[in-house]
Ligand binder design. Structure first.
Ligand code: NIG
Ligand code: ZN
Length: 411
């Protein structure tokens, strides 16, 4: 199956060189081609260039993109898209003045989602999750990381990871699975956190590794949840089983999670709402990607990740949705990109780089997605007729997408 896109007003994020991610001042550079063509064959990008060089070939499927732009589909490297029910009730509690922390301390929050998840069948969980997956694909997401972590028991964690696997098999979107081994301390282990960690590291992780149910391991490193020592224990177990780490750090407190991530050569450290100078410093000259989740800051009313400081320190930055029922109940990457510009003061170029090429790196997919590069998957957003790519974040909340193609097929 072939598609030839012609007369593309601007083809965005074209990369011919082998770049895994962009950092610091380079993030301001978003390479584009005006008045371009793009040729897709068997789900991959095979050629692109200026219209004057468009190959003269007979092809059944020609898309005239006059006035429209094409960019790589979003790469969302942090989500909890597989969950049961929702937490609308807690949303109302927060409107009425309760904090996220107060709700969690009363057995709400992650434990509330865990209870719901433990109670439903794998089939029902799959049914609920696929609705959200289809929705994010329609909104332009072409690669997605999905975490477990609302199970908190052996059975329920495996149930989540099996659902992620089914989604991966049944949908054209690229999916990476993360075993979120330590997300919250279940009620039954309140007085023996070490036993819970041991269960996850020594009983559950070997099954997950053997059945190849996860690509990465994660921990919520935070006061009242898991300490730096707990984090190190889980990450070390992950290393033993070939699971690289992607961890939740510095959401409410800076307790050394960034440094733990760097020590274990984490692929990414995510959240980073509370960053000290030494946390930014610790990320320099490492291969660990800092990931900001502005949808969570927006929804909870907590500080935004200091994206400008991170970029100005010469570091890379990725943007992700954090799609989950408690702190970010939206997987809309268009909103994430707009919010990064509006609230974190990223430029459109920086935000688009952060949500494409850098997001791809943050889930180990930089060879496959995240840029318009020959050989990469044809995961594409075809915009409506727009004036410039800056309109995408500028007109926040507006649907600027005409069509989405994943692996060369319209979704
Ligand atoms: N912070 C930890 N985990 C999720 C939210 C969990 C929840 O409230 O359900 C996050 O990334 O924001
Ligand atoms: Zn998260």
């Amino acid at each position: 199956m072939e598609i030839l896109f012609i007369n593309i007003k601007e083809l965005i994020q074209v990369r011919t060189e082998d770049r895994s991610f962009v950092s610091g001042a380079e993030m301001q550079n978003l390479p584009t081609l005006r008045n371009a063509f793009l040729l897709v064959r068997e789900g991959r990008i095979v050629d692109f260039g200026e219209m004057k060089d468009c190959p003269d070939i007979t092809i059944a499927n020609i898309v005239n993109a006059t006035g429209k732009m094409i960019l790589p589909a979003w790469c969302d490297s942090h989500s909890h898209l597989v969950y049961a029910g929702n937490r609308e009730g807690e949303f109302i509690d927060r409107i009425n003045g309760m904090s996220y922390e107060e709700i969690a301390n009363k057995g709400g929050g992650i434990l509330n989602s865990a209870k719901k998840l433990q109670e439903i069948s794998e089939e029902e969980l799959y049914k609920q999750s696929k609705v959200r997956l289809k929705e994010v694909m329609q909104m332009g997401t072409g690669a997605l990381e999905i975490k477990s972590g609302y199970g908190l028991t052996r059975e329920a964690e495996l149930k989540m990871l099996k659902v992620i696997k089914r989604l991966k098999v049944n949908f054209p979107i690229e999916i990476k699975a993360t075993f979120l081994a330590a997300h919250a301390i279940p009620e039954a282990y309140k007085t023996d956190k070490a036993a819970f960690l041991k269960l996850m590291a020594e009983e559950v992780m070997p099954i997950i590794a053997k059945e190849k149910l996860a690509d990465y391991v994660d921990v919520f490193c935070e006061k009242g949840y898991f300490s730096v020592e707990d984090t190190a224990y889980i990450l070390a177990a992950g290393q033993k089983h070939g699971l690289k780490s992607k961890i939740h750090v510095n959401q409410f407190n800076a307790i050394g999670g960034v440094q733990a991530g760097v020590k274990f050569n984490a692929l990414s450290v995510d959240h980073l709402e509370v960053m000290r100078k030494e946390d930014i410093q610790a990320l320099k000259n490492t291969s660990t990607m800092p990931v900001a989740l502005p949808g969570c800051s927006y929804f909870l009313g907590i500080p935004y990740t200091p994206g400008r400081e991170i970029i100005e320190a010469g570091l890379p930055l990725a943007l992700a949705s954090d799609y989950n029922p408690g702190s970010a109940p939206s997987g809309n990457m268009n909103f994430v990109v707009a919010t990064a510009c509006i609230k974190m003061k990223l430029t459109p170029e920086e935000a688009i780089n952060a949500a494409t090429i850098n997001g791809a790196y943050a889930m180990g997919l930089e060879k496959e997605v995240g840029s318009i590069t020959k050989g990469k998957m044809a995961n594409l957003i075809l915009t409506k007729e727009i004036n410039s790519y800056g309109v995408l974040p500028y007109s926040f909340g507006t649907n600027n997408i005409d069509k989405v193609y994943l692996k060369g097929k319209e979704v």
